[in-house]
Ligand binder design. Structure first.
Ligand SMILES: [Ca+2]
Ligand SMILES: [Ca+2]
Length: 298
């Protein structure tokens, strides 16, 4: 038996502890015609979702654990039907047996290209929901949520905090180097950025010898962005999905990628996402790209 599997009873207890904030479930039993992606969500009024709520994506799987297939909808608020940005996204489950709706509040989740995937992350063989949506910002960041409906109430298992992945904070130091630390890592992490020598000397961050050339109060901070991609992958082939993600670490400005962090996350029996693997990249050759032109922002 796989140790990561949790018995349903254990899972219910666990779900009570790890529930995210801003989460609420409510129910209604009014039947509606089948929802279509891109169309207004017919049960929006009954669920008190407000106006201009549209179906962004829809999938079918048993998510409640009673062996009957349920319909899961990702819905969001749009000013116009053909808008590509949706705010106040929510997950709505229509129970396959009772046809009753329940909604899961995802905080203030909004974005472009909202997409829903149903796979099991918890190890109970009941599908959970994975949502991804592009923030549309210059950082190339995506928001991601994992929610489960197998308990009495739905629970967000992966939210804004988890979407930070490995949170790295560091700074430029002498020698075309960055020194800092990252969450989930048990030792400091330094990056060699000598591949950026031409860029950094042109930007007067360093002198030719690699000594910092900026004023004492200059912003030398370097940090990671939340995931620019995250995808469910069953890494060990046991039917329970892990999350595989990519993050950028940015230096001088948001176009200055100094490293990419690749990580694999599994949901532990303690309800926490644990990194199974973390890798980072070092550039050996680096085109300055947009970074040389971008002097503000990050
Ligand atoms: Ca599950
Ligand atoms: Ca697995």
């Amino acid at each position: 038996m796989n140790k990561k599997w949790m018995k349903p009873v254990t899972f219910l207890l666990l779900a009570g502890v790890i529930g995210g904030s801003g989460l609420a479930a409510s129910h209604t039993k009014i039947a509606h015609a089948e929802a279509k992606i891109g169309e207004p969500f017919a049960a929006a009024a009954e669920l008190q979702l407000g106006k201009n709520v549209y179906v962004l994506d829809q999938k079918t799987a048993d998510v409640t654990g009673d062996q009957a297939a349920d319909t899961v909808l990702l819905v969001g608020t749009k000013e116009q039907q053909d808008d590509i940005y949706a705010s106040a996204m929510k997950l709505v489950v229509q129970d396959g047996k009772t046809k009753a709706y329940s909604k899961t509040d995802l905080g203030d989740l909004g974005g472009y290209e909202g997409e829903l995937t149903l796979v099991d992350f918890t190890g109970d063989h009941v599908a959970d929901a994975f949502v991804k949506t592009a923030t549309g910002g210059s950082g190339g960041i995506y928001n991601h949520v994992v929610a489960t409906f197998a308990g009495k109430t739905s629970q967000v298992l992966f939210g804004e905090a988890e979407n930070e992945g490995i949170r790295y904070e560091g700074k430029f130091v002498d020698g075309f180097k960055i020194e800092g630390t990252g969450t989930h890592l048990d030792k400091p992490l330094a990056f060699d950025v000598s591949a950026n020598k031409a860029l950094y000397t042109a930007a007067k961050l360093y002198d030719q010898a690699g000594k910092l050339a900026v004023k004492a109060d200059a912003d030398l901070s370097v940090y990671s962005y939340p995931f620019s991609s995250l995808a469910p992958v069953d890494m060990d082939g046991n039917g329970t999905y892990e999350l595989v993600g990519e993050q950028r670490v940015v230096g001088m400005n948001n176009a200055d990628t100094v490293s990419n962090i690749h990580s694999v996350w599994g949901l532990g029996s303690d309800g926490k996402w644990n990194p199974w693997e973390v890798e980072y990249s070092t550039f050996l050759i680096k085109h300055p790209g947009e970074a040389i032109q971008t002097q503000v922002g990050k």
